[in-house]
Design a protein around this ligand. Structure first.
Ligand SMILES: C[S@@+](CC[C@H](N)C(=O)[O-])C[C@H]1O[C@@H](n2cnc3c(N)ncnc32)[C@H](O)[C@@H]1O
Length: 445
């Protein structure tokens, strides 16, 4: 590996040297398909997910979640160790010095690049390398934090990784097997996740919930309960971050948050959902697009309206959402010119590199501050699925609808979701009236 064959990259406020891919093509670096091109995997599309990881770690270390002392943290499928290197480079020193950081990878070449980067960018001795299969190497245990970022599905890693967590820990999980999680590959959805998912406009949300339910059930097997902190769907991947605590009682009540999603529910199903505390909109007698049903509610598995079993509880924590704010992100994840100079970036590129980092972190935090103000048990209402439940001439503007619902005393917002949607827990009768009013108003304009 000669110096001239490497390229110098910046992500957030962290530099990397990486080998130049053997065959450059237009898909390079844009997804799992590009993994064979470099000696070590690197995907710049995941920059946003790594930025959120830095911010989540910053938030947790700023709170009293972990007792004083070192944090055993593992970048479990680390490749060049970019995630671990971002934690160490971007967190303030009083936090980064607490990290007992490890990177595991099955390929020796990957770990060579972790080492090269650590030497070149002043992290020498700060990352311990673990060569081998994560499924066996993780079991030495006691991890306060594990990041799981596999090719495709994380299922094969979940059991050993959850067993290896400390009493109170954080687990972050990426999945790129989106066809399985969104139900478009039915065999893998059932085989890997024990679920069926309706391929509709809620399928991305169902995918996050199916993944969350699987993590919760595996955790429960090991006497642990989970609390979702963050769930994000972005380009080709899903990612969930959860707090995992050892608690037999919490594990035994796992069923409380697992159930089914029913599209076009009957009045009886709506009433059952309301009775189970799963439907804040009320109005069982009025037709509505969807509801959740508890796990024990009998569902007909041949009924094409059903998805699940999936997580029916909140997918995020309001406290975490509000901590992911742009001011903190700019302080931590945008580099200073002196650092860029010391890392070898030509001075005529500094301005554009700083701007690029700023733009990337703004994108990665899109809408979280608005979502933080909304009840975390809100429903995801896809605006073009309000009709025919509401006799609209066209879908209402999500921002307008969220605004009028909020003005009526029910904090609502536009959802960070691939299809135009809002998050709201407002009563259905109010949604009905305001959606109708805003669609009539837009027709009159
Ligand atoms: C998607 S990449 C990880 C990307 C990395 N987290 C990042 O942010 O750039 C998956 C990595 O897992 C490694 N890997 C695959 N199977 C593994 C296993 N069973 N144990 C440990 N590492 C594994 C691969 O060599 C690859 O480097």
């Amino acid at each position: 590996m000669e110096e001239e064959k490497t390229t110098l990259l910046l992500e957030g406020a962290t530099p990397s040297i990486l080998p130049i891919p053997s065959e450059m093509d237009e898909h390079f670096g844009r997804g799992p398909g590009s993994k064979g091109l470099r000696e070590v995997f690197h995907n710049s599309v995941m920059a946003g997910s790594r930025t959120r990881s830095v911010l989540l770690l910053h938030h947790i270390l700023s709170s009293s979640y972990f007792p004083e002392g070192p944090i055993r943290i593992l970048d479990g499928l680390g490749a060049s160790g970019i995630r671990a290197r971002r934690w160490l480079t971007e967190l303030p020193p009083e936090q980064s010095t607490r990290l007992d950081s490890h990177v595991c990878d099955i390929l020796p070449e990957s770990l060579e690049w972790v080492e090269k980067n650590s030497e070149r960018f002043n992290l020498e001795g700060q990352i311990k390398l673990i060569l081998g299969d994560l499924r066996s190497r993780v079991l030495e245990g006691g991890w306060h934090w594990i990041d799981l970022d596999p090719y495709g599905s994380p299922v094969q890693f979940l059991d050993p990784v959850i067993q290896a967590l400390s009493r109170d820990a954080i687990l972050e999980v990426t999945a790129t097997d989106t066809a399985a999680l969104t139900g478009s590959s039915k065999g893998p959805t059932m085989r890997r996740y024990g679920a069926f998912v309706r391929t509709d406009k809620w399928a991305h949300d169902s995918g996050l919930r199916v993944l969350m339910a699987n993590i919760a059930r595996i955790a429960a097997r090991h006497d642990r309960s989970i609390e979702p902190l963050l769930s994000v769907w972005e380009s080709h991947h899903l990612r969930v971050s959860v707090r995992v605590r050892r608690s037999k009682q919490g594990a035994s009540s796992v069923e409380k948050n697992i159930g089914w999603r029913i599209i076009n529910p009957t009045p009886t199903e709506l009433q059952s959902s309301i009775d189970a505390g799963l439907h804040s909109h009320g109005s069982p007698e009025r037709s509505q697009p969807l509801c959740f049903l508890p796990f024990r509610h009998p569902v007909n598995h041949k009924d094409r309206r059903v998805s699940g079993p999936l997580w029916t509880g909140p997918l995020t924590s309001q406290e975490v959402l509000s901590s992911l704010n742009l001011d903190v992100a700019e302080k931590l994840c945008v580099p200073e010119t002196e650092s860029l100079t010391s890392w070898g970036f030509p001075s005529n590129q500094h301005e554009s590199l700083i701007e690029q980092s700023r733009r990337s972190i703004t994108r990665s935090l899109l809408r979280f501050s608005e979502e933080a103000k909304v009840n975390p048990s809100s429903s995801l209402l896809i605006v073009d699925r309000l009709h025919p439940h509401i006799p609209l001439n066209g879908p209402p503007s999500p921002s307008k609808l969220a605004e009028v619902l909020t003005e009526s005393g029910h904090p609502s917002c536009v959802a960070s979701y691939p299809n135009p949607a809002i998050l709201t827990s407002a009563p259905w009768d109010l949604i009905y009236d305001l959606a109708l009013e805003s669609s009539t108003a837009s027709l009159q304009l």
